[in-house]
Design a protein around this ligand. Structure first.
Ligand SMILES: NC(=O)c1ccc[n+]([C@@H]2O[C@H](COP(=O)([O-])OP(=O)(O)OC[C@H]3O[C@@H](n4cnc5c(N)ncnc54)[C@H](OP(=O)(O)O)[C@@H]3O)[C@@H](O)[C@H]2O)c1
Length: 243
């Protein structure tokens, strides 16, 4: 078994996921770059290695059972265990997503990636995470999925994004994160949700105001929690995000 801490980041070929991989690599960890496209994955691995990280490619389409199983096998063969899983891959789905007009197919596609994809990859990796001394799971969520932030009193209401597939997919992901935390309470696995803030990436046509590196910081923090750290919670750089 490897002595280095082993992490896997899904959707790590670009955007926030790439910067999470870079941040974990800078800690001296061995980082699996989960990505579905061979060329984009190899380019990211090359760039991370050029920056000094111990990066390795992990072919992974989070919507595909066989791909998740093969990814787990690859990590097992390479390292024998997994210490940290960052479920970062996500899509917004076709816009606009007004709830009165959105097609069921758009909802299905977004939930398949953003929610079921997280469950699929997490469950494929859990046997490897259970072999770690300090397993951590970070689910990249968004404050647009916070029910409190969408509905609360004016001071709390900081998002009003109308995106009936994407925003509820993150609410669903938050609920799933809590479900894992409940089942895994009493184990050493800490699982939390993170919001990176509004980050300039492909996801939003680069309209975000934060850099991918800034967006990655909260995931790196939750990936490196101490053993007595929180679980079943939702954080951004400012602290706890209300559900
Ligand atoms: N950007 C923001 O302002 C913002 C705000 C709140 C939350 N977030 C969350 O932060 C995370 C990263 O977003 P981002 O802004 O960095 O987006 P991004 O630049 O669009 O990157 C998304 C990543 O997910 C990958 N991906 C999508 N579907 C996949 C699949 N089926 N299998 C494997 N990988 C897949 C993409 O791969 P391809 O290159 O192959 O498409 C890409 O690597 C997401 O969970 C997002 O919801 C972002």
């Amino acid at each position: 078994m490897s002595e280095r801490t082993i992490a896997l980041v899904t959707g790590a070929n670009k955007g926030i996921g790439y910067e999470i991989a870079a941040g974990l690599g800078a800690l001296g960890w061995s980082v699996g770059v989960g990505a579905r496209d061979d060329r984009r994955r190899e380019a990211a691995v090359d760039a991370l290695r050029a920056a000094g990280a111990d990066a390795f490619g992990v072919p992974l389409d989070v919507t595909d059972d066989a791909s998740a199983t093969a990814a787990a096998r690859l990590v097992e063969e390479r390292a024998g265990r997994l210490d940290v899983l960052v479920n970062n891959a996500a899509i917004t789905g076709a816009m606009p997503q007004d709830p009165t007009r959105v097609g069921p197919a758009v909802i299905r596609t977004v939930v398949e990636t953003n929610v079921i994809g997280v469950i699929r990859v997490t469950n494929a990796m859990l046997p490897l995470l259970r072999r770690s001394a300090s397993p951590r799971i970070v689910n990249m969520s968004s404050s647009v999925g916070s029910l409190a932030r969408q509905s609360g009193a004016d001071a709390e209401r900081t998002t009003g994004l109308v995106a009936a597939a994407y925003a509820p997919s993150k609410t669903f992901l938050n609920a799933v994160t809590l479900q894992y935390a409940l089942e895994l309470s009493g184990t050493n696995i800490l699982i939390n949700a993170a919001c990176p803030g509004y980050v300039a990436t492909d996801l939003n046509g680069f309209r975000g105001v934060r850099t991918p590196e800034q967006g990655a910081a909260i995931a790196v923090e939750l990936a490196t929690l101490p053993d007595d750290g929180p679980t079943g919670a939702f954080f951004d750089d400012a602290g706890v995000v209300p559900w």
